[in-house]
Design a protein around this ligand. Structure first.
Ligand SMILES: NC(=O)c1ccc[n+]([C@@H]2O[C@H](COP(=O)([O-])OP(=O)(O)OC[C@H]3O[C@@H](n4cnc5c(N)ncnc54)[C@H](O)[C@@H]3O)[C@@H](O)[C@H]2O)c1
Length: 256
């Protein structure tokens, strides 16, 4: 199935890699123009290259989701290039692997600032452009770890769990706030997906597969395209009566 995003413009944070890049390619293939917003200039340029090679339209815009000035400049560049913004995908995110006793304040602040505060800041800066376009939709990237602790290393990532748990309520609160602007807000909660987020070896090794096979009902690691498909649906007019939810896309991870 594909969705029709003709005439739409999507602003995607963290689109220089992984799930964000797959979402850029998916939406561009469904006729949206893409603002590829990333802190990595090389990553963003590569995504733009891939979108354009596939016949789509994309623009790289420098954006650190912790920095309001770069977000505003990226938004303005996207509007100048494409004339409007209709969709926002708050995808930029990261994790550091530390036990509670080793976790530093700097690591806590980095993860919570990028994963949670960044979603708020970007939404605050970009939603007026979506309103000006007559409304649209936002999708926030969460994780199954917003709901359950995954201690593959023998310990939780408390800063990551806290940041993504916050994404659930941020999504609901934004859905309430932005409904009057005709903007829907939902979250997608991926299970383990093969990207640069954690090492590929770490996610595909026999030990990792053994650990994951106890949870996964669909016996494979997720691909970025699995998540992009759900994001495309939630942004589309086919989802026009869906707002304020978190949709797990997790191979059944949360089922048992
Ligand atoms: N890969 C997984 O298994 C998985 C599982 C659940 C949720 N997620 C979530 O999906 C989202 C995307 O993850 P991914 O797997 O594609 O990771 P990734 O590392 O492949 O991509 C993350 C992108 O975010 C960018 N980024 C990092 N900090 C930034 C900042 N301050 N400002 C702007 N951009 C920044 C990076 O440059 C990179 O391009 C994240 O929010 C992550 O928490 C991933």
């Amino acid at each position: 199935m594909s969705f029709d995003h003709s005439g739409k413009v999507a602003f995607i944070t963290g689109a220089g890699s992984g799930i964000g890049r797959a979402t850029a390619l998916r939406l561009a293939g469904e006729c949206a123009a893409i603002a590829v917003a990333d802190i990595s200039a090389d990553g963003a340029a590569e995504t733009v290259r891939q979108v354009q090679a596939a016949g789509g339209r994309a623009l790289a815009v420098h954006c650190d989701v912790r920095d309001r000035a770069t977000i505003a400049a990226a938004r303005d560049a996207a509007v100048a290039e494409f004339g409007a913004i209709h969709y926002l995908v708050n995808n930029a995110g990261l994790v550091t692997m530390e036990s509670l006793d080793e976790l530093t304040e700097a690591q806590w602040d980095l993860v919570v600032d990028v994963n949670l505060k960044g979603q708020w800041l970007v939404t605050q800066e970009v939603n007026p452009a979506i309103e000006a376009a007559g409304g649209g939709a936002v999708v926030n990237l969460s994780t199954v770890e917003s709901l359950v602790v995954v201690s593959s290393k023998g310990y939780a990532q408390v800063h990551y769990n806290a940041s993504k748990g916050g994404v659930i309520m941020l999504t609901k609160a934004l859905a309430v706030e932005l409904a009057r602007k005709n903007i829907r807000v939902n979250a997608v909660a991926p299970g383990p997906v093969a990207t640069d987020f954690v090492s590929l070896e770490g996610i595909t090794s026999p030990e990792a597969m053994e650990f994951m096979s106890q949870r996964l009902l669909v016996p494979r690691v997720g691909q970025p395209t699995d998540i992009a498909a759900a994001i495309s649906f939630l942004l589309s007019s086919d989802a026009s009566w869906i707002t304020g939810i978190q949709l797990p896309v997790d191979g059944g991870w949360l089922t048992r």
